[in-house]
Design a protein around this ligand. Structure first.
Ligand SMILES: [Zn+2]
Ligand SMILES: [Zn+2]
Ligand SMILES: [Zn+2]
Length: 135
């Protein structure tokens, strides 16, 4: 699983990359850098930041910024590729007001929004409510 994921995104397999990726794979919701640090047994902060940066550049994970200065990271959909730091795997970000977790939700059809005269790279849709675990 981890090996294929890394290979698909043209990232070399290392024990540390696997450890970081496992944190994402074992969590249904988006995680903060602090959450990742808590789950790693031993790590060097610079290596961790570099790992996260390369994961983001390759379209393996993406950053989620929600109102209230909330910053999280989550796995990208399989079809995502990162072109000039713009991720192509479009989906919705949902914040649960009970557990405060943030989830990436896939849509069957992402609405197409045309804005005249503007060249739009991506559109972000954010929602809030109660997640499937809390409801
Ligand atoms: Zn992505
Ligand atoms: Zn919840
Ligand atoms: Zn997402």
């Amino acid at each position: 699983m981890v090996k294929t994921l890394l290979k698909n995104k043209k990232l070399r397999f290392t024990a540390f990359r696997k450890e970081v990726l496992d944190v994402f794979l074992n969590t249904p919701n988006a995680v903060s850098i602090g959450d990742i640090e808590e789950r790693l047994k031993q790590f060097d902060r610079i290596t961790l930041y570099r790992t996260i940066k390369s994961f983001m550049e390759k379209g393996l994970i993406h950053e989620i910024v929600m109102p209230g200065d909330i910053k999280k990271l989550a796995l990208c959909p399989a079809e995502c590729s990162s072109v000039n730091h713009v991720h192509t795997g479009q989906h919705i970000h949902f914040r649960c007001k009970m557990c405060e977790n943030i989830f990436c939700l896939d849509l069957h059809e992402f609405p197409e929004i045309n804005i005249p005269k503007f060249k739009v790279d991506s559109i972000e849709i954010q929602g809030t409510g109660i997640c499937n675990i809390c409801s």
